[in-house]
Design a binder for this molecule. Structure first.
Ligand SMILES: [Zn+2]
Length: 129
């Protein structure tokens, strides 16, 4: 079988429990979870991918899945100027620090998904492709 965590082939699998989910894993990966004595109920069986998706429930999508427009910093800056907000005011509206907002506008950092959503709402612009 192939290990459900690292994907490598292993002769003897181990059943472990991680976050209430059972996994068939190799010798190396069994330390990631708690050992299980009896075979798991297959209905409770979930893939690692599914488990990862569930970890993001609550709106915190991984950043790589969001593709920001190339000029997001410039777009934020010009929309903010049009609305007459200072960086500080905009930061307060999206619950982000002024220094962070400044770096976002310079394109040095990307806004977190939560801030991205708030920015789009507050400024009425689309920042995603
Ligand atoms: Zn493994």
């Amino acid at each position: 079988m192939n290990c459900e965590i690292c994907g490598s082939y292993c002769e003897k699998s181990h059943t472990v429990k991680i976050d209430e989910t059972f996994f068939e894993v190799c010798e190396k990966c069994k330390n990631y979870g708690a050992p299980v004595e009896s075979p798991p109920d297959l209905r409770e069986h979930k893939s690692v991918k599914k488990l990862r998706e569930e970890k993001f429930v609550g709106g915190n999508l991984p950043l790589e899945e969001i593709s920001l427009i190339a000029e997001f910093g410039q777009a934020i800056k010009s929309s903010r100027a049009k609305k007459g907000f200072t960086i500080k005011e905009l930061g307060q509206k999206v619950f982000e620090k002024e220094s962070v907002m400044h770096r976002i506008e310079l394109g040095k950092i990307e806004p977190s998904p939560r801030v991205l959503k708030k920015l789009e709402e507050v400024l009425g612009i689309k920042l995603r492709e």
